[in-house]
Design a protein around this ligand. Structure first.
Ligand SMILES: [Zn+2]
Length: 435
């Protein structure tokens, strides 16, 4: 039997704000001493009052604008209740019915919404004890939820890589999977091909189950984990078994997914509007201001590079996929018009690592193009021709008129269109005359 794969994504991005979502503690927690970045607000101590982080809100709006979302004029925070040891308040402040950004799309894939919430802390399991580090507790977190519109791993990869690039171009996050500043969850289910009509990219009717694949922390893992889960579901369905609604992880050693938590009953989080944070109102002028501050996005850069510098698609992709290199390339191109050579030296010789300033690379290019003389054999050929065309001059030279050597060098250079090394011409000419 043939199935079509249906995948929806939930992507979490930790923005690079100065402070956490609702307090003044630092947002950046990498390498910090455990529990050194906490306060009564992010620990949820009685009486502490949260204040929403304006910088985090602006960053979500920027992402929404870049992805064509509608920015909500009014937005709200909710309390989402559940217990977990690293969630100090026993509820997570998140958004529900009123997310900041609604709709939008990327690479033709529909986005449901993008909202803002806070992160939980981290549990560290050592030997037989579990430790909790609250440094990440209360950190700002952006969640982007797509429609169930992906049908293959390659579509998911392309989407997440482009989203990562956009977050970096917007300077809203490093969006680093290995560091956890970008995290991915995929909801996967299979639909019997032909059982339901598929219109556009979203099926009319979805399967009656979905398996949530969690803790995907690298692009390499993403591919393997999703492939493994699709295979598992195919096998289950083809043997007539029903697939359980659950959360699964991926084991790199067995290359299989494994059950983590059953999700047969949808959890009741007892959402209610957060009474300590007033609803957010976004003025039109603020949206316009943020929109006009948007930088050039990866796709615009690709198109610009193709038009302006006429590079191959492969070269463009390498340069555009790293904003620092793309900027370096552009700066170098402002100084020198050898666009292809600049790209060559950056991509194949990694000279942008050697010359930290584009001006250094350009200086090197000027040197290279200057000493780019034609081979010695061509010079010798040119000399032979000039000498055979000027027997009188040779006679003059042999009669002691040394100054005619300058005339001969000029004739050879003319023949070589100025591309001969003058030192080499002079040496070879003397050799020929005295030989
Ligand atoms: Zn705090």
């Amino acid at each position: 039997m043939k199935y079509t794969t249906i995948i929806g994504l939930e992507v979490h991005i930790e923005p690079n704000t100065k402070s956490k979502m609702f307090c003044g503690c630092p947002q950046n927690h990498f390498g910090a001493k455990p529990n050194s970045q906490t306060c009564p607000i992010c620990l949820g101590l009685p009486g502490a009052l949260p204040i929403a982080n304006k910088e985090a809100i602006n960053k979500v709006i920027k992402l929404g604008l870049a992805l064509g979302s509608t920015i909500s004029a009014k937005s709200k925070f909710y309390r989402k209740h559940y217990f977990y040891p690293d969630l100090a308040k026993s509820f997570q402040t998140s958004q529900k019915d009123n997310p900041l950004c609604v709709g939008g799309s990327l690479l033709g894939k529909a986005i449901n919404h993008i909202h803002l919430e806070e992160d939980a802390g981290k549990l560290i399991h050592q030997n037989n004890i579990s430790l909790v580090d609250f440094n990440r507790c209360g950190c700002a977190l952006i969640e982007l939820v797509t429609a169930p519109v992906f049908h293959s791993t390659s579509e998911v990869l392309a989407f997440t890589k482009e989203l990562q690039l956009i977050a970096r171009y917007l300077d809203i996050s490093g969006a680093d999977m290995e560091k956890g500043t970008m995290r991915l969850e995929a909801n996967i289910s299979l639909l019997l091909l032909g059982s339901e009509p598929v219109t556009g990219s979203e099926p009319v009717m979805l399967p009656d189950y979905k398996v949530e694949l969690k803790n995907i922390n690298s692009f390499r893992f993403l591919e393997k984990a999703i492939e493994a889960e699709i295979k598992r579901q195919e096998l289950e369905l083809s043997q007539g078994r029903k697939i359980k609604q659950e959360t699964r992880g991926y084991d790199e050693n067995t290359k299989l997914t494994f059950s983590q938590r059953s999700k047969e009953d949808s959890q009741d989080y007892r959402y209610f509007p957060e009474p300590d944070i007033p609803p957010i109102e976004i003025q039109e002028s603020r949206i316009q201001e943020l929109e006009s501050s948007l930088p050039e996005l990866p796709q615009q850069k690709r198109e610009g590079f193709e038009k302006q510098y006429n590079l191959s698609k492969e070269y463009i992709e390498i340069l555009v996929s790293d904003l620092t290199r793309a900027n370096y390339f552009e700066k170098a191109c402002k100084l020198n018009k050898n666009y292809k050579l600049i790209a060559d030296l950056m991509i194949n010789k990694k000279l942008d690592e050697k010359y930290l300033e584009p001006a250094g690379l350009v200086k090197k290019i000027i040197e290279l193009t200057k000493t780019d003389f034609i081979p010695a054999s061509d010079v010798e050929q040119g000399i032979r021709e000039v000498l055979s065309e000027n027997p009188d001059v040779i006679t003059s030279y042999k009669n002691g008129k040394g100054q005619v050597i300058g005339f001969l060098i000029g004739q050879v250079q003319k023949k070589l269109s100025g591309k001969g090394d003058p030192k080499l011409i002079s040496a070879k000419l003397l050799e020929a005359l005295h030989g």
